[in-house]
Design a binder for this molecule. Structure first.
Ligand code: 1GP
Length: 251
C-alpha cells in the first residue's frame, strides 16, 4: 500500500491484486448512542475493508456518528448518500451516485449540482458511481424514496446495457443493488454478465445474508460486497464473512 493514495486508488490496487473487499453498511439511525460501543466491538471482531454510512432517511446527527467511528477505527469511511443533506465533514470519500437505473433527473444531475460546492468545501474525495437498482422481490425504501422503478431481475440485456452506459459516461465504479432487505440478492447470472462487460470495480449489495451468498457474489465477479441488515443480527457468521473476503486492510 502506498501512502497518500486516494481511497479510489486503494480500491483499484486491491482489485488489481484480485482482493475481494467487504463493506459494512451502517445506518446511523439504527444505533443509539448506548449501542455504539457494542457496534465498535462487533466491527473490531470482524473488520471489513470499507465502511459505508448511509440510509434513505437519517434523523440522527451523522457528523457525530462519523467522528465516533473515525476516532475508534482505522477503516475508510465512505458516505453512501440517500440525500445531499447527509453530506458532512469527516468522511474519507463519498460515492457520488448517479442512479442510472432510474429516470429521475434529480438523481442524475440535480442533487449533484446542489452537493458539489459543499463537497468541494469539505475536501471530500468523490468516487463517481453508477448506481443500479435491480428488483429484489420486494418493494424497498430506495425504490420508494428515489421515485424510480428497479430494473427487472430477468432483463439481463437491459442490466448489461445500463452498466455499460454507466461506465462509458465516466463512472468509476458500478454499484448493483437489490436494495436493503431484498428478498432476492443480485443473481449470479447478472453479476457475471455485468462483470464480463465492464472494467470498473463492481459493487454488489442487497439481501446478502449468508456467507454462501457472499462467496457466490465474489466468485461471479463482485469486487466489493456490501452487508447491511445481516450486521444487525446477533449471529456468529460475521467471522465467516471476513474469512471469505480479503484479510488485508486497504487503509
Ligand atoms: C443496501 O446494498 C445495501 O443498499 C445493503 O443491503 O441491508 O440487504 O444487506 P442489505
Amino acid at each position: 500500500m502506498i501512502e497518500n493514495q486516494s481511497i479510489y486508488e486503494k480500491i483499484i490496487s486491491a482489485v488489481s491484486n484480485k482482493e475481494k473487499l467487504l463493506a459494512f453498511l451502517l445506518d446511523p439511525d439504527k444505533y443509539s448512542e448506548k449501542e455504539l460501543e457494542s457496534l465498535i466491538k462487533k466491527i473490531e471482531k470482524c473488520p471489513p475493508n470499507l465502511i459505508f454510512v448511509g440510509g434513505s432517511i437519517i434523523s440522527t446527527p451523522i457528523d457525530f456518528f462519523v467522528k465516533f467511528l473515525k476516532e475508534r477505527l482505522d477503516i475508510p469511511l465512505i458516505l453512501f448518500p440517500g440525500h445531499p443533506m447527509h453530506i458532512c465533514q469527516g468522511f474519507d470519500a463519498i460515492l457520488f451516485l448517479s442512479m442510472i437505473s432510474g429516470r429521475n433527473p434529480e438523481l442524475l444531475i440535480g442533487n449533484h449540482v446542489v452537493s458539489a460546492p459543499i463537497i468541494k468545501r469539505y475536501g471530500i474525495e468523490t468516487i463517481s458511481t453508477g448506481y443500479m437498482l435491480i428488483d429484489g422481490g420486494v418493494s424497498t425504501s430506495v425504490e420508494y424514496m428515489s421515485n424510480t422503478r428497479p430494473i427487472p431481475a430477468d432483463k439481463t440485456d437491459i442490466i448489461i446495457a445500463t452498466a455499460m452506459a454507466g461506465e462509458m459516461m465516466g463512472n468509476k465504479m458500478i454499484y448493483m443493488d437489490a436494495g436493503s432487505g431484498a428478498l432476492n440478492a443480485i443473481s449470479e447470472k447478472n453479476i457475471k454478465a455485468v462483470k464480463e462487460n465492464c472494467t470498473v470495480p463492481l459493487i454488489i449489495g442487497g439481501g446478502i445474508k449468508t456467507p454462501q451468498k457472499l462467496e457466490s457474489a465474489f466468485k461471479n465477479g463482485a469486487d466489493i460486497v456490501v452487508i447491511g441488515n445481516a450486521l444487525e443480527k446477533e449471529t456468529n457468521f460475521l467471522e465467516e464473512f471476513r474469512y471469505i473476503s480479503s484479510s488485508n486492510s486497504i487503509v
